[in-house]
Ligand binder design. Structure first.
Ligand code: GGG
Length: 347
């Protein structure tokens, strides 16, 4: 029997609730389709940081390298540990070390889910650059606490980094509606974003079968709300992609439906799958978190592992549940009820 080893990092807050739910669904579908998933849980989180001074132990990356994939819940516990620590101590190093340069985030309405817009027929695939740009972590502060204090944060854009994420976007567009929106703010940021636009134009000549439009991020943000059906594949930098995909989550009904995959396209290291949402400590462990984003992320994991039929069955089961109104109204259905409805629809 084929078997896949999965590193489970539930993290903080509702991360624990939603990964447990997704794992129940994934184990069931694996059994139905005749393959095995072996989960190994790691307690790396803000609690771990409080106990040890690190978000993950030294050697954590090397430990993860041996797995076929990583399923992560959420990190962050604002009152206890600054968000910059949880992000730069766990999520960002994993993405970078495993060259998970493509963060794929699908935005569409699931059956039965009513988004806030009149438009219903949108299907946007946001591709966020995931290893450099504004989240490179390069910078510093001097004269701290004085009136002369200066903080500098440098965005790093490399030709290799920009070219590979755009190329990934063009390939995705080829498998979809052949439209690509490349997002910058090149009127204001005259080095990095002009550089991004130049590389977009170079690749556009190569991918002449794909219709390419360059947008400024503010205009694209408005378009996602006013005319989301006009968009197909959207490629953006790390920060812009992070922000735009919260808009994407909003128009698809909320963060509870927003899935994501941090992909290493070369398969030289494991990829990581996680919901877009954070740890939502205010509703942690109350049994009311929506697990759909994580279940959908789990389906993306199966797809990446090559279990495409099982992946399709999971997304169909999610939609069978939501089409019946389960998990479509915030707070109405408990995490368990949504999970059981999806499991029941897997058969
Ligand atoms: N689901 C993972 C999580 O906790 N996300 C919170 C967050 O702020 N992520 C920032 C990022 O994706 O770069």
């Amino acid at each position: 029997m084929k078997s896949y080893s999965i590193a489970l990092i539930p993290g903080d807050g509702i991360g624990r609730d939603v990964t447990a739910a997704a794992w129940t669904v994934l184990e069931t579908v694996a059994k139905n389709f005749g393959f095995a998933l072996t989960g190994t849980e790691f307690p790396w989180s803000c609690k771990f940081y409080k106990d040890t001074g690190r978000m993950m132990p030294e050697g954590g990356i090397e430990t993860l390298r041996g797995f076929d994939a990583i399923l992560l819940g959420a990190v962050g516990w604002p009152a206890e540990v600054p968000d910059s620590v949880s992000l730069h101590g766990l999520l960002l190093p994993i993405r970078k070390a495993f060259v998970q340069y493509a963060n794929i985030r699908p935005h569409r309405l699931l059956s039965g889910v009513t988004g806030p817009l009149r438009a219903e027929n949108f299907d946007i695939l946001c591709i966020r650059e995931n290893t450099e740009g504004e989240y490179s972590g390069a910078g510093g502060r001097v004269h701290q606490g004085t009136l002369d204090e200066v903080a500098v944060e440098t965005s790093i854009f490399t030709r290799a980094g920009v070219e590979r994420i755009l190329r990934f976007g063009f390939e995705q567009a080829r498998s979809r509606r052949r439209k690509l929106a490349s997002v910058t703010k090149s009127n204001a940021q005259k080095y990095s974003m002009v550089f991004w636009d130049e590389i977009t134009r170079k690749l556009a000549a190569e991918y002449s079968d794909v219709e390419v439009t360059s947008y400024h991020v503010d205009a694209l943000a408005a378009r996602m709300i006013m005319a989301p059906e006009s968009l197909d594949v959207v490629v953006a930098s790390n920060l812009f992609g992070d922000i735009l995909t919260d808009i994407g989550a909003a128009i698809q009904g909320g963060l509870g439906y927003a899935a994501s995959a941090n992909i290493n396209p070369d398969r030289s290291a494991p990829s990581m799958f996680e919901p877009v949402h954070g740890s939502a400590p205010d509703i942690a462990h109350l049994g009311i978190a929506n697990p759909i984003a994580t279940i959908w992320s789990g389906a993306m994991m199966l797809d990446h592992l090559g279990e495409k039929a099982a992946a399709g069955r999971v997304t169909k089961a999610v939609e069978a549940a939501t089409a019946r109104g389960i998990g479509t109204i915030p707070g109405k259905d408990r995490t368990d009820a949504i999970t059981h409805a999806v499991v029941a629809a897997l058969i």
